[in-house]
Design a protein. Structure first.
Length: 87
């Protein structure tokens, strides 16, 4: 069952507002409330984009930025070393 895009959009707006509030009341650099609100935006955006696509066949021009984890960095670096060795 698809969710109404308007409902998903309102959830995204709410997630953005929660992130703003958490950012404004940040207590330290790695405040868990800010980190949770950040994840909330990403999750709400994915639901919105899926609902938008299901209802209208449309997508947004936005992407969720994901930082590579250390394992991905190691794989990327080893790929560079292998590429350099081939040249």
């Amino acid at each position: 069952m698809s969710i109404d895009p308007r409902v998903a959009l309102q959830s995204l707006v709410t997630a953005l507002e929660e992130h703003l509030a958490a950012s404004a009341s940040r207590r330290r650099e790695d405040d868990p409330a800010v980190e949770a609100a950040y994840v909330g935006i990403a999750d709400a955006f994915e639901v919105y984009e899926e609902a938008l696509y299901d209802a209208f066949g449309e997508i947004t021009p936005l992407e969720v930025y994901e930082e590579p984890d250390d394992e991905d960095d190691d794989e990327y670096a080893s790929g560079l070393v292998e590429a350099d060795a081939e040249n």
